[in-house]
Ligand binder design. Structure first.
Ligand code: ZN
Ligand code: ZN
Length: 338
């Protein structure tokens, strides 16, 4: 009986923050592999296409055929459609071919949450999970978060990690009437944060360094899991590893999922599904802000509404980033976020 309810719970909340897997290739191989695929046409057989099929299947671009998923190296019609859909969703040149930009994108570490390729909102690029779930509490609402006392990492200091999460939560809180407060009561926290290795019991096993970085679940699950195998960084000045991953960027992205946002096709958006090692992306774009405000409304204490209007009036809405530091300072100061 317990297992039954656990399965229902998993089905009811979409996993969100798994980083993108490199489908069997290292980054160094990508250019050569793309060369191999460049001339692949419909009907051809090219070794390695099965890896892309698995990737597209995992992220929602390749539906089952008669209830089954055939893993072959054939460049068939369905595969071409999946490539085209993926390119449209990720803002890549839409060719239906496996060109370098597409192969590189598939190989970039990122979020493990499946994309929702068909749910666009007019000209906007932000998306929601099926059913548009969000947190339902009296507004303005407060959500609590806590770190797992067991599943944590020792490579960074606990206080550094907490400061980073506090900032990431504050970034979102600055634009919506939602506050985030850290609690020591892990069992009863709305949002439960932990670092896990490999298979950790929720059907979304982590894969070691890079690939999938983290995953979280749609509202009102609150589960927020990070891959303990990553080289997490809070400061690239002290963490020199070439595969270091910015903790704040990933946290900011995952909190978007926890609030109900899916993956955006706007490359600069926090909710874009991939992040390169040593890249930092912590500033919400207009796309992120419009998406989350459509769910929760505006934070009456922030200036984000004014900024949005001025962005739109200059036709630079998508590219302009709004820094949390530009928002209402008193609100940010008392929030405890990622
Ligand atoms: Zn994601
Ligand atoms: Zn997990």
């Amino acid at each position: 009986m317990f297992l039954f309810f656990f399965i229902i719970l998993l089905l009811g909340s979409s996993p969100c923050l798994l980083a993108r897997n490199t489908p069997g290739f290292t980054n160094k191989e990508v250019a050569g592999i793309s060369e191999r695929f460049l001339h692949a046409a419909r009907g051809s057989e090219v070794a390695g296409i099965s890896e892309f099929k698995k990737h597209f299947r995992r992220f929602g671009y390749l539906p089952l055929q008669n209830g089954t998923f055939l893993v072959t190296d054939t460049f068939d019609d369905r595969f071409e459609s999946a490539v085209t859909l993926y390119q449209e969703k990720l803002g890549l040149p839409t060719t239906g071919k496996l060109h370098l930009a597409t192969v590189s994108q598939v190989s970039t570490p990122g979020c493990g949450v499946p994309d929702t390729p068909t749910t666009f909102h007019g000209t906007k690029r932000y998306v929601y999970f099926p059913g548009k779930p969000r947190w339902y509490r009296p507004m303005p609402m407060t959500l609590t978060y806590a770190f797992s006392p067991v599943n944590f990492i020792s490579s960074l200091s606990s206080s550094d990690i907490k400061v980073v999460f506090k900032r990431a939560f504050a970034t979102w809180a600055s634009v919506i009437p939602v506050s985030f407060v850290e609690t020591e009561d892990y069992a009863f926290a709305d949002i439960k944060i932990g670092f896990y290795s490999g298979d950790h019991g929720d059907g979304e096993a982590f894969d070691g360094a890079l690939g999938v970085l983290a995953h979280s679940f749609s509202p009102e699950s609150g589960r927020f899991h990070l891959d303990a195998a990553e080289t997490w960084a809070v400061d690239f000045g002290t963490e020199k590893s070439p595969v270091a991953v910015d903790l704040e960027s990933v946290a900011t992205h995952e909190i978007g999922h926890l609030l109900g946002l899916g993956h955006s096709s706007v490359k600069g958006a926090v909710m874009y599904p991939s992040l390169k090692p040593r890249d930092k992306k912590v500033d919400l774009t207009v796309d992120d802000i419009e998406g989350v405000q459509a769910l929760y409304g505006l934070n009456p204490n922030s200036r984000s509404g004014d900024l949005l209007e001025s962005d739109i009036s200059t036709n630079q809405a998508v590219n302009l980033r709004i820094r949390a530091s530009d928002m209402a300072l008193p609100l940010i100061l008392y929030l405890l976020c990622m």
